[in-house]
Each structure stands twice: as structure tokens, then as C-alpha cells.
Design a protein around this ligand. Sequence first.
Ligand code: ADP
Ligand code: MG
Length: 351
Amino acid sequence: MSAIELRGLTKVYPGGVKALDSLDLAIPDGEFFALLGPSGCGKTTLLRTIAGLETATGGAVVIGDRDVTGLQPGARDIAMVFQDYALFPHMNVTDNIAYPLRIKKVGKAARQQKAAEVGARLGLEQLMDRRPGQLSGGQQQRVALARVMATQAQAFLFDEPLSNLDARLRLEARTFLKKLQHELGVTTVFVTHDQAEALAMADRMAVMESGHIRQIGTPAEVFQRPANTFVAGFIGSTPMNLLDGVVRGDTLEVSGCKLAVPQSAEGLLHDGEKIVYGVRPEYNVYSAGPVDGSLGGNVSIVENLGASYLVTLDVNGVLVQAVVPEGHEPLIGDEGYALPRRDRALIYRDG
Ligand code: ADP
Ligand code: MG
């Protein structure tokens, strides 16, 4: 059984923006599903349409085994955390957490007990009488989480819940939230524009672009085998090199260099065909001296990544990046050669 299923879901806003274009998606029970994509691609619209805060223009939303497409938000049995947490400033932490229970007409004693229980689980015991204005960003975020947990909904929807936290808190919250979801086992859709966050947290993920899902898979699948150049360029802490090339017999001509055909494309290419050659900087093996089948040029930028360096080569006017271990970094102006790993390089035809 899928906990959440979308069938041909479409949303056109008044004025004509097609924010969702016939999306199909099935999220199994208990999964942590991340929805990744650039700003404006339709992530918030998708969550709000699942929650019932927006009316679908076409298609269906199924939660559990119920078609909830026409139902009001309150009848859908899901809980949503918004980017700005949407806490009530005039209520203390207990009342904020208990609010959805009040709406559900749960009695006061039971509400307060549940709020105390969930608050304790999230380390908020000492803060239950404070108002949101008296809390740090990280604490407010925990209150928003607690409020969602208190509802015991069938599914949780998170809209960029970590984006207002500073870098360090964000990393902590990532781990914390992932662990919590695992313990609770509640189906979760987590929206983010941060590819590292999606890769780190998700069981499976979708990459969205302008109202479409471009790829669905595990983080490892999406990272190792991006389905197209959009996903390839979006995933990874350093973007994949995407280089125009032409098939020449059983080799490739890329930026004036002769490269071997990647393993994944063996037997699939036609002489003279135009392709886009993709290789991540991490899989572009750098040498100071000439190597057969490499991209050779001059070093134009050297960036420190901490334990390694990101070296940008100018290869006949095209910029090519390689990650080089510390201690082996070249100087600007040096000759350099990047040899793509044949078992990792990819060929695209959608460039
Ligand atoms: P994301 O959350 O990925 O940044 P959104 O779902 O907020 O994207 O927006 C998707 C598209 O729909 C954008 O082009 C945005 O401008 C448009 N949009 C969002 N909300 C509305 C609205 N209430 N009315 C009209 N257009 C909207
Ligand atoms: Mg959004």
C-alpha cells in the first residue's frame, strides 16, 4: 500500500501558471521522501495540494486507501510544517503544541499531557511556558515539529523546515529529524532546494523542474546515474562537468580531446552523433603530466575544499573541473590533465 499516491496531479493557478504538470508519484508507507528542486519549480504547491490547502486543477491525491482529492485539509489526516514554522506568537509552547488537538476537540488535560510528552521527547521541557518570541530559531523549529508529532497524523509534510537555521544547527537538525522520523515510522514528504540535505536524509527522492518530476530514485541512484543533464547539474556539491562532444568511430571528441566511451554507453553510440559528456569532478582523475584519453589544458582556478582541492582546467576554451587530493594541488597556469573514470562517466543526449 502506498501511503501517498498522486495520479496525474495538475495545478494551474489563476493567471495561468502551471505549477504542477500531471505528476505521478507513489510514496510507500513509512518512507522518508525528499522533494528537491530549484526555487519556483512547484515544491510548495505540491505539498499544499497534498495537504488540501490548494485545490488540484486535475488528477487525484490518495492517502492510505482514501481518495482525498475533494476533501478539506482537516479531513485528510496529514500534518504540515511550514518554512516559517507558523507558530502562534501569543501562545506559549504547550498551547502551540496542543493547538491541533484543541481543533480536534481533545479535552484540556489530555492535550496538555500529550504536549508535555512530545515536548519532552524533543528536549523542550524547560521551555514549555515560553512564547515563540522567547525562543531561538532552532527551538522554534522543534516546537513546530512537536506540534506536528502531537497530531499523530498518517503523514507529515515538511516545507523547507531547516532553511531558517544557521549552518551548524541545520546539520544537527538534519540528523535529529531523520532519527525521529525513523523512530516514528510516519510517511514523510520533505521539501528542500538543498541537494545535500535531500541526499543525506531521504530514503528516496524526486528531482523537480518547472512542474515536472525529472527523476525518482534513492539518493545513490540519483547521484550516480542522474537521468538527464538537469538532474546531473543540480545534484552534487560540485556540479558535474557537462561537455559537448561528438562520437568519432569508437572514441569521443570532447573539447578537442580524444576520450574513451564510458562503460555505461558502450555499444549505444553512433558515429557522428552529438552528445553531452558528463563526469563529476570527483571522478576526473588529475595528473600533472600527459595521459592518454584525458582532458588536457592549463589550470585556471584552484579552490580549497578542505581535504581536497577543486581544480578548474581551461581545455581549449572549455572549463573542466577535477577534485585533487591535498598535497597534489597544482598552481595556476600549470599544465594539467583530467582522466575521466570510464566506470563513472555518463553520456547524455538531452543537452
Ligand atoms: P517552490 O516552492 O518550488 O519554490 P512554488 O510551488 O511556490 O515553488 O511555485 C511554483 C510556481 O507557481 C511559481 O512559478 C510561482 O510563481 C507560482 N505560484 C505559486 N503560488 C502562486 C499563487 N498563489 N498564485 C499564482 N502563482 C503562484
Ligand atoms: Mg517553496
